[in-house]
Design a protein. Sequence first.
Length: 55
Amino acid sequence: MVKTTVLVTDLGEFAAINDVYARYFAEPFPARACYQVAALPRGAMVEVEAVIALD
C-alpha cells in the first residue's frame, strides 16, 4: 500500500477513524490524507481511496 485518502463527513470522528484504520492497515502505515467533506454518495459517513503498488 502506498497511500490512502480518507474523506469524512465529520472530522470530529477522527479518533474513531484512526481506531478502525489500525485494524485494517499494519505498520508501517501507508501515507494518508484525511479531509472533511460536506457529503458523500448514498449518505456514507466515510470513504477511503487507496493507491497500491504491486511487485
